[in-house]
Design a protein. Structure first.
Length: 264
């Protein structure tokens, strides 16, 4: 666990890697598990309007703002035990985001799995737009192993250039997946990532109503990213939360691996 970004660089299960290990050479969103806030995924062209004002965020090589800024900030450890840590970050006056927020995250490992609880409190005097998320990369247990995902009935967000058009297509996400960088509005509270010859991973969601499914070209891994809102939510409003002063946004998820054949 790193204080920079409250970042999970490594996570193992029965001595085997569960997450794609970050050896310090990759950026936070190319391995391990980064936290995403105050926006998860992209903001188109880094531009948005809120309460009658226009804002411009720093952009990446695509020309979009991506994954927020908390992943690049030093978090403070509030509590820590052998299997538990709670961290916080106070943020005010970021470029293109002048709102004041207090973030916290708790990580806990137990027999139930690895639990992540995220929260944001509006510590300022004006309303603030926000989405939150996390970016875990689940590594293939064996090289080139097949994998399946089961999220039940979902809505796939139609995308152009990784930005939603606003149209959502109903489908059943319960099949083998190839190469993807797609967002889904989930209707159930559990997603199952299945490596048929090794184990299954249940991702139980609470307050996260979207997932981004991403297969990186540089590693045998699958990113299943819980998010409270859709890509470009600052513009399209899909899943956007507007926090009033003193109000909070809270969401959690639990990662539970099980050997092949066990019930999840």
């Amino acid at each position: 666990m790193l204080s920079l970004g409250a970042y999970v660089a490594d996570l193992t299960y029965e001595g085997k890697p569960l997450l794609l290990r970050n050896d310090g050479k990759q950026s936070a969103t190319r391995a391990g598990m980064a936290l995403l806030a105050p926006f998860a995924n992209r903001v188109r062209n880094g531009e948005y309007s809120f309460n009658g004002a226009k804002y411009k965020l720093p952009v990446n090589s695509e020309g979009h703002a991506i994954h927020g800024f908390v992943k690049n900030k030093e978090w403070k450890v509030l509590e820590k035990g052998d299997e538990f840590v709670k961290m916080e970050l106070n943020s005010k006056g970021e470029p293109g985001y002048p709102f004041e927020l207090s973030f916290s995250v708790s990580y806990e490992a137990s027999k139930r799995g690895f639990n992540v609880e995220m929260a944001a409190v509006n510590a300022g005097g004006t309303n603030a737009p926000i989405t939150m998320g996390a970016h875990p990369y689940f590594v293939h247990p064996t090289p080139r192993s097949q994998w399946f995902i089961n999220a039940g009935n979902v809505f796939r967000l139609e995308m152009v250039g990784n930005i939603p058009t606003g149209r959502m297509v109903p489908q059943r996400l319960s099949t083998y997946i190839g190469e993807y960088d797609d967002c889904y509005r989930v209707n159930e509270d559990q997603v199952r990532l299945i490596f048929p010859h090794d184990w299954e991973i249940a991702i139980k969601l609470n307050g996260f109503h979207f997932i981004q499914l991403f297969t990186p070209s540089w590693a045998n891994a699958v990113a299943v990213e819980p998010m409270t809102g859709a890509p470009d939510a600052f513009n399209n409003g899909i899943g956007l939360t507007v926090l009033e002063p003193g109000k909070s946004l809270r969401a959690s998820f639990t990662i539970t691996p099980r050997p092949k054949g066990m019930e999840l």
